[in-house]
Ligand binder design. Structure first.
Ligand code: DGL
Length: 273
């Protein structure tokens, strides 16, 4: 019988996965989260598949020491390149963000023209196109790597004219393709949603795969009879946050994103795993 009160492991290359953690906390509030952000080695988006796979396996090994009951790969780049390896490594339920993001975009588009903005790695993997066209081969997918977005987010430049200008240049190409749906295919990007929305306007629907990921996680845990049935008690046992570097910087960010001032972050030597 699975231990329903065990936590869920959620991980990303840095702070981006917090957008997924936030959604899980909102949709399945009884669940406790153990979050890992690889702040020492971010960004992942410009690294090779082999490196990303090695880093992902180390994070999974660390999270397994925390006795998690399920894993959420809250990073598109790791989901695109290494989810198969994660599934081979563990016998727990594993969910990534790319498939749920593709599914929701397909259900949203009316003109069958979907844009994807993501890291170079995710765009290069072609995973969004593959999943979208598996569902509906008639949909045209236009992907654009936006490598400057991650550092802008990690620097907290969410509402800044420099960010707006960079976004304008990146998105022009996609807007010219007449897309009606835009997948924010990197977990950092929903933090730029207000700036992106200003640019694309009302006629383009912004898709945040985090929402659908949390919904599918809930379904999966329900199906496997693994949902925590006792209420989450922060005083008894809180969510836990781990990073590979700069814990204080992460704490500030997480407090802001999760609107919680009580967050504490610990550093882990992830190379040991
Ligand atoms: N947040 C990650 C993603 O969803 C990657 C950002 C990075 O490390 O480049 O792809």
């Amino acid at each position: 019988m699975p231990d329903r009160s065990a936590p869920i492991g959620v991980f990303d290359s840095g702070v981006g996965g917090l957008t997924v953690a936030r959604e899980i906390m909102a949709q399945i509030p009884n669940e406790r989260i153990i979050y890992f952000g690889d702040t020492a080695r971010v960004p992942y988006g410009s690294k090779s598949k082999a490196t990303i796979t090695k880093f992902t396996k180390q994070i999974v090994r660390f999270l397994m020491t925390q006795h998690v009951k399920a894993l959420v790969v809250a990073c598109n780049t790791m989901s695109a390149y290494a989810i198969d390896e994660v599934e081979k490594e563990v016998s727990l339920p594993v969910i990534g963000v790319v498939k749920p993001g593709a599914r929701i975009a397909v259900s949203e588009t009316k003109n069958n023209r979907i844009g994807v903005i993501a890291t170079e790695g995710t765009v290069g993997s072609g995973m969004y196109e593959r999943f979208i066209n598996n569902i509906d081969p008639g949909i045209r997918v236009f992907a654009k790597a936006c490598p400057l977005f991650c550092p802008l987010v990690e620097e907290g430049m969410l509402d800044d004219p420099v960010t707006d200008e960079i976004a304008r240049r990146y998105l022009k190409e996609l807007m010219d393709k007449d897309i009606d749906t835009l997948i924010m295919g990197c977990t950092h990007y929903p933090l730029l949603a207000p700036a992106l929305k200003r640019l694309v306007g009302e006629s383009v629907r912004l898709v945040n795969p985090a929402y659908e990921t949390a919904r599918e996680l809930k379904q999966m845990l329900t199906y496997k009879d693994m949902l925590n049935d006792s209420p989450f008690d922060k005083q008894e046992k809180d969510h836990e946050f781990y990073v590979s570097d700069l814990a204080d910087k992460f704490t500030h960010f997480a407090a802001d994103i999760l609107d919680d001032d009580s967050i504490r972050t610990s550093e882990v030597d992830i190379e040991k795993y």
